[in-house]
Structures are given as C-alpha cells and as structure tokens.
Design a protein around this ligand. Structure first.
Ligand SMILES: Cc1cc2nc3c(=O)[nH]c(=O)nc-3n(C[C@H](O)[C@H](O)[C@H](O)COP(=O)(O)OP(=O)(O)OC[C@H]3O[C@@H](n4cnc5c(N)ncnc54)[C@H](O)[C@@H]3O)c2cc1C
Length: 506
C-alpha cells in the first residue's frame, strides 16, 4: 500500500462505483468485498485504519456466548459461521483460544454446559473444539489463579482470538490487492447531490496535505461506527440519532497475575456484568464494561468506576491483588449500538446484530454488529449498494478469500535485515518487535505518524504504555530518516504521542 499512488488514483477524474467512508473493520471489509467483485472502489478514513473501535476490542473472534443466553440465536449462528471463516482466511492473525467458565454450583455447571453444547452444535462443521465439564481440580489446572473458595468446577469451551488492528491493516492491504484505492487521513466532509437530491459524489479532505477533492461516485456506503450519526447528518441535517455509543474499557496487565493458556469468562458477575481475562501477546487483557456515554471521542477516557469494577471483580475471582499500579495499559472503545427508540433496554441488552438503512438520497449506512461479523456485514452493504446504484450484479467471493500477507511480510523484513543489519535489533529488550518493522510499516502499510506505528502496527501502546513512551524518540528518529523529516517533526511526533500515551496509563 502506497499513499502517493492512492492519492494519484484519487485525483484522476474518475467515476467510482462505490465510495466507502470509514476505515474500521466494517468499511475495510466493504472495500475488500466491493473490489473483489470488480467494482471500482474508494475507501476514505479520517484518521488511521482501525484508529476507532476496531483497535480497541476484546480481541475475540466469537459467537457471543451471552447473546445465546439472551436468545439471539440468529446472531450467534451468523457470528459462529463468520468465526470459522475468519480463522481459516487469516490463520496467522487468529487462533483457537480455550476459555474456562468457573462455576459455583452443580446447577450453574449444568446450565452453562447445556448452553455451550448448543453453541458447539450451532457452529456445525466450523466448531473449534468440544465443550467439557471440569472438576474443581481441573478448573484450577486450566486457570491456576482462580480463587477456589466456594468453587464447584468449570466448563471448558473454545472460541477464537485475534489481533484487531493488525487484521484491519492486512485487510486494507488485501482490498488494495483486489484493486481498491484506500486512503487513511482522508475525511469525508460533504456530499455532492444532483437536482433530485441523489448523492453523486463526496467531498473529501486529505488531512496530511490539507487538499480537498470532489470525487464522483455511483453510491456511497457509510461505515463510520460511532460517527454514523455525524455522517448521516451531512446527508440530512434533520436525521435522528441512529447510533448510541456505549463505552467499554480494558486493562492490560502482566501475565504473572494470570498465567496459563486458558482465558477466563465470567458470564454474570455479582452485579450482572460479563468479565473476561484473556491472554494476549504474553500479557492479559481484562475487561470489559458497558457504559452508555453521550460524547463521541476518537480516544475516549476510562471512568474511575469502570477501572474499579474491573480491578475489584478480577481480584474477587482470582487469587490476586492487582491495583492501578499493575496496569500496563488501559484502552477504551465505543460500541456503535443501533438505537431502538422503542426499547428501554440497558446498553448491554441492546442488539449486537448489525443494522443497514438506505436514505432517500441513496446513502447506505451499515453499523452495529461485531468485529467477528464484519465480512457478512460487508456482503450485506455491498449487495445493497449494487441494488441502489443499479450496478451489474456480481457474486460475493469473500467467504474463502485469504487475508494473508505473512509470506510477503517475512520476505520484506528479511530483505530489510540483509541490506541494513542494524534493523534486526529489537525496539525494546522486553519485546520481540524489531526495527525493520518500523520501515515495513511505512513502506507497505501506510504508517504516517509515530502513533500509527506504536499503537496499531506494533502494539506497544496497548501492551505497555510506559515502554511505548520510552521507545518513542528512537522510533520517531528511524521514521524521520525514512520519511526525510527534520528534528521539529520528531519533537512534534513524540510530544503528541506522549500526550496520547498518558491517557493509556492509570
Ligand atoms: C469494548 C469493546 C469490545 C469489543 N470486543 C469485541 C470482540 O471481542 N469481538 C468482536 O467481534 N467485536 C467486539 N467489539 C465490537 C467491534 O469492535 C466493533 O463492532 C467494530 O470494531 C466496529 O467497527 P466499525 O468499522 O463499524 O467502526 P470503527 O472501527 O469505529 O470504524 C469507523 C471509522 O470511521 C471513521 N470515520 C468516521 N467519520 C469519518 C469521516 N467523516 N470520514 C472518514 N472516516 C470517518 C472513523 O475514524 C473510524 O475509524 C467490541 C467493541 C467494544 C467497544
């Protein structure tokens, strides 16, 4: 992926078949789908790919055990099917993850075992492994840190896990390989309409060069997550709020506080919430919360109550006494939950099924859903785009389309290490990331800022915010050399990165 080539494509006076606004899982999924069907596709993202919710998930490729409890069988079946496809299509960024639910009575054990057996059956041939009841001793073996006080036993089941922003970026690369033009740091700022009020173009602004372009298109897909309302209001100023944001936070701690290969899932804490502790890149992610919020911020901040909930409940279920000082990173995401004006349900009960709507002007808005279901959401959105724009109908081919640049990546990294041996050095002695990955991210993954590298291509900000701050000046210097930037650029980048990274520290 090369941004200059993408900008050249943008400035050609072409008519796009489909323009997609939003470079998270949903939008990038749409770009792959549309381009692989042979439609002339443009995607614009106002910040970096996956800068929004798509880098801040719990990192589970899952059917959603608790949606089963809510009786949402269709959503669970769709997600289980998509879980299976994603694990096959992107094997290097996903894996099967064992989970254990600790239980405190025989009744609880039977209840969850039956539920999880149904979960297995619903996944059919795409099942990841059989659910098993565990004795108290076996539960302790699987999750050694579990507090055994009043523990009855457990249930072992299997779901998927992944690296969200890395997948999103590889998906953007895949979209480009399929012929799409994708641009980060390019914001949709207005729609262009014909005399009948139909959308025929989008005004976009390249946020790096501060140049705006009017692009012509046959149809537009709005895949902007929690920013959906704002983009809908660009189309129709009187549009009601379609999406309600709900905030979820995660704490990342050292795996000395929770070791072993299995993750822990508490389906209902004493106050009725869900709690996960999931191993990830040799750390543990603990979360999440579900707090309705009114403001939409690209970098939301955790509430004290949310941090206290996670710390106190984790310490209650495990033999640990982690406190704020043990938290290596805290990250916060906003769920784009589809607003149902008639529903008085709490956000935790609002549907996670995706929602699609077409405005009078032809704007297709797709939102809600889950990371796991991005592919089927994209298929739905592109099918509707084809219908609205009366494009020639072509079959979706993404069910088995590989999202896998691993070999090309390894070859490029090796080449960099041969030509510049100093790039084989580690960025930090505690982490296996090497300096060549910085150059790779710039050359092939459209990384532009220091944050693009340390947050979404090398996940140091999410793994350990303090170490990310420590290495920031060195990483910025390597970037400056590659991008031909001066000392002022380095200072600016380091300052703004540090400001953000402080938000990830407690
Ligand atoms: C706490 C939490 C945990 C979760 N955990 C999981 C999980 O484990 N598994 C799972 O399957 N799902 C999970 N989800 C859900 C999943 O993360 C989201 O459904 C998914 O990331 C949404 O992707 P999106 O592309 O719709 O939105 P986003 O990722 O937010 O992308 C929208 C993009 O649109 C861009 N944009 C907005 N306006 C404009 C504009 N005018 N011009 C250009 N670009 C614009 C934004 O900058 C943003 O990057 C979780 C969600 C949360 C909040």
């Amino acid at each position: 992926m090369n941004r200059s080539i993408m900008l050249e494509n943008l400035s050609k006076d072409a008519i796009w078949d489909i323009v997609i606004i939003g470079g998270g899982a949903t939008g990038v999924g749409c770009a792959i789908d549309a381009a692989s069907r042979g439609y002339k596709t443009l995607l614009v993202e106002q910040y970096d790919f996956a800068k929004g919710t798509s880098s801040k998930s719990t990192k589970l490729v899952h059917g959603g055990v608790r949606y089963l409890e809510q009786g949402n069988i269709n959503l669970v079946m769709e997600a289980l099917r998509e879980r299976g496809h994603l694990l096959k299509n992107a094997p290097h960024l996903t894996h099967v993850q064992p989970f254990v639910i600790p239980v405190y009575s025989l009744w609880e054990q039977l209840f969850y075992t039956i539920g999880l057996k149904i979960y297995d059956i619903l996944s059919g041939t795409l099942s990841l492994g059989k659910t098993k009841m565990l004795s108290k001793k076996q539960t302790e073996q699987q999750i050694p840190f579990i507090n055994t006080d009043k523990l009855y036993g457990g249930i072992l089941y299997f779901d998927g896990q992944f690296d969200d922003s890395l997948l999103c970026i590889e998906m953007a690369e895949t979209a480009v390989q399929q012929g799409a033009t994708v641009l980060n740091y390019c914001k949709a700022i207005n729609f262009v309409k014909d005399n009948e009020g139909k959308i025929i173009g989008v005004e976009v602004q390249d946020e790096i060069n501060k140049i705006s372009y009017q692009v012509k298109t046959k149809v537009v897909i709005n895949a902007t997550g929690v920013f959906t309302n704002a983009v809908m209001q660009l189309d129709d100023a009187h549009k009601h709020e379609f999406v309600s944001p709900s905030q979820g936070i995660h704490l990342v701690v050292n795996n000395k506080h929770f070791n072993g290969a299995a993750a822990m899932m508490i389906p209902k804490t004493s106050d009725g919430r869900v709690l996960f502790a999931v191993p990830w890149h040799n750390k543990v992610i603990i979360g999440t919360t579900d707090t309705p919020v009114n403001t939409i911020d690209i970098e939301p901040t955790p509430l004290k109550e949310e941090v206290d909930f996670i710390l106190s409940h984790f310490n209650k279920y495990c033999n640990s006494s982690i406190s704020r000082k043990d938290v290596l990173s805290v990250y916060v995401g906003l769920r784009p939950l589809v607003n149902n004006k008639k529903s008085k349900a709490k956000t935790a009960q609002l549907s996670r099924a995706h929602s699609l709507t077409v405005s009078d002007s032809g704007l297709i808005t797709i939102t809600g859903g889950k990371w796991t279901t991005y592919r089927s959401m994209a298929q739905d959105a592109v099918n509707n785009a084809v219908f609205v724009a009366k494009l020639e109908r072509r079959k979706c081919i993404t069910t088995n389309l590989s999202i896998d640049n691993l070999i090309a990546r390894l070859e490029a990294l090796n080449q960099l290490k041969i030509t510049r041996p100093e790039l084989a050095d580690l960025i930090h002695p505690k982490y296996l990331f090497i300096k060549a990955e910085i150059i790779y991210a710039i050359k092939y993954q459209m990384a532009i800022t220091l944050e693009d590298i340390l947050a979404r291509r090398i996940r140091l900000l999410f793994l350990d915010a303090r170490i990310a701050i420590q290495v920031a000046p060195m990483v910025a210097s390597i970037m400056a050399e590659e991008l031909n930037k001066d000392e002022d650029w380095i200072t600016d980048q380091v300052n703004s990165f540090n400001q953000l990274a402080k938000q990830y520290m407690l």
